[in-house]
Ligand binder design. Sequence first.
Ligand code: ADP
Ligand code: MG
Length: 701
Amino acid sequence: MGRLSTLFAPERVAVIGATDSDGSVGRAITSNLLASFDGDVVAVNPYKDEALGLRCYDTIGDVDDPGSVDVAVVVVPPNAAVQAIREAGQAGVQNVVVITAGFGETGSEGMSREQKLKEAAREYDLNLVGPNSLGVMSTPDGLNATFGNEMANEGDISFMSQSGAFVTAVLDWAAERDVGFKDIVSLGNKAILDEGDFVAEWGEDPQTEVILGYLEDIADGTKFIRTAREVTQDTPIVLVKSGRTDAGASAAASHTGAMAGSERAYEAGLEQAGTLRVESVQELFDYAQILSGQPLPDGDEIAIVTNAGGPGVMTTDAVGDSDLSLAEFEDGTLDRLRESMPDEANIYNPVDIIGDAPAKRFELALETVLADDNVSMAVVVACPTAVLSFEELAEVIVEKQAAHETPVATTLMGGKSVGAGQEVLSEAGIPNYFDPARAVDSLDALRDYRQIQAREYESPASFDVDRDRAEEILRTAARRDTNRLGVEAMELLDAYGIPTPQGAVTRSPTEAEEVAQDIGDDVVMKIVSPDILHKSDIGGVEVGVPPEEVRSTYEDLVVRARNYQSDATVLGVQVQEMVDLESGTETILGMNRDPQFGPLLLFGLGGIFVEVLEDNTVRVAPVSEPEAREMLDDIESAPLLRGARGRDPVDEDALVESVQRLSQLVTDFPAIVELDINPLVATPDGVQAVDLRLTLDQEKL
Ligand code: ADP
Ligand code: MG
């Protein structure tokens, strides 16, 4: 069991701020605890002698053997809360649930109060939930330390929510259905314990089969990914994430910054963490139910058995929209169906055993298709008829599902006639829906989870790089009074082994000529100025400059920069070797730092139309080799890289390695806030980083 096991399975709970005042939160918590908790409840309130039949102690230190209190629930007013937490810590209590609001959520005074609360919690090494929490629940011991008005039913789902109100809504909703819980926690402001801690705890809890979360943000994305990856090997995590902020995207100075906003960071981060992300509350519980009730499929192929043509077609459409595919039956299966079903039946998938089918016919059909090796899961779709008892049908389905250990979902389409059948199914953990699309979606979630479980995580590679050199380049740049760096910092890429063409930033036409001579061919010339973000937009890039025009081109580029912005800082002109664009593809490789998930890598189709085409994919860094490779597969123009239309395929390994090397660079230097290599030209003979732009946070250097 994990560090938080006594939080959820305490023997003694103290309510600091217990009271019997009508309508108060303190009263609600105390009476909820008294109503069902198997352990001891003690009350602390210096202004009362007694509350709801409990003697009130002045402080938690006055309780007999205060160190045996496992959890202190704090409901005192905000200005007394920090003191109460200190006293709990001094008394030797390890777990504190702070219900009191009026902290970080309320402005600057609250913010500094929350800071003090954190300090107190750290001083005593407290497991602190909240503040601003509805509380915690755990059904095995009847623990209801919340001020909600409903106690959860027992079950194997553990649920965390960043919204307390949502917890009460879910409990109310669940009370009407067969949804039970093991533990529930309202996370509140997450001053100390956050989603990562609970995921870790429930990952070790044998009584938790599925972890659900409603989150508005993720406090520490990197920690969350690390923890969740491990937990999802055994316990599925299903999350709804709302409150999508897009802070940062609007201020972006790079293409990557503009395209890789925080919503994409979540999407990528939660996917890399191995969580199942859902869009709605309905999906959250649909997934939870099937994941806790049904085994995982061994493939993607689904069989449909129905007594109704139309709903059969609807189900088939839903399969088309999912990642599942209709199973193709073995010959033996078809023979058996042909023998046992009426002539009018359709024995091919979707199997339509027609409207006059009694439960017995469903049984035969189901037995036959579930025995087929090509069938990994099944959905039974039935409409009410005079010859069909839903209850009998449910019993048949339960029996066959158990016999074959194949996941099954059902669609008993109807209202009042469904009741008894539904109960039989739900007892056996088989989810039933009116809408066939939900049944298919839920089965699809099982497939997704199976794939997550099969993942193997590799550690990111660590290349031999020149870290000191890179740091020096960043420091030199920082000494100039700007946070924006361009091609003058190309050596940063060299230091991390990302190939760049030969070239240099020159400060005079003569110097430019010298560099061009060294290169010994036509060159590319670019204006170098922190004030010019997109050089070609102002005519600041000249491609294919012959030796005799280098001098005049230098002057032209500077004039263009002045015309664009008269006081622009011009650092010089870069003279660069030409890269063969004919045989190559311009890609973009970049990074944007997300406030929660940290460095988000972006790879996609590059060049000057990058934001028009927006064909790119993102991952939270650091990435391993397989993850970097996946990024190449992800983009829609992947065939372009693989040699579409008779072109030679580009050197994919070199691309993958560049992604990994950039991953290492941005992980090593938190001072790099955003970065674009656009284009990173990929050719059959390797890659060349032709352009660079990055933003620095000097304070992090
Ligand atoms: P910016 O993005 O600021 O406009 P770039 O350096 O990316 O400036 O240059 C713009 C375009 O010019 C590139 O997308 C590429 O098509 C072309 N280009 C730049 N450098 C080279 C080079 N060394 N060889 C060939 N083409 C180049
Ligand atoms: Mg560019």
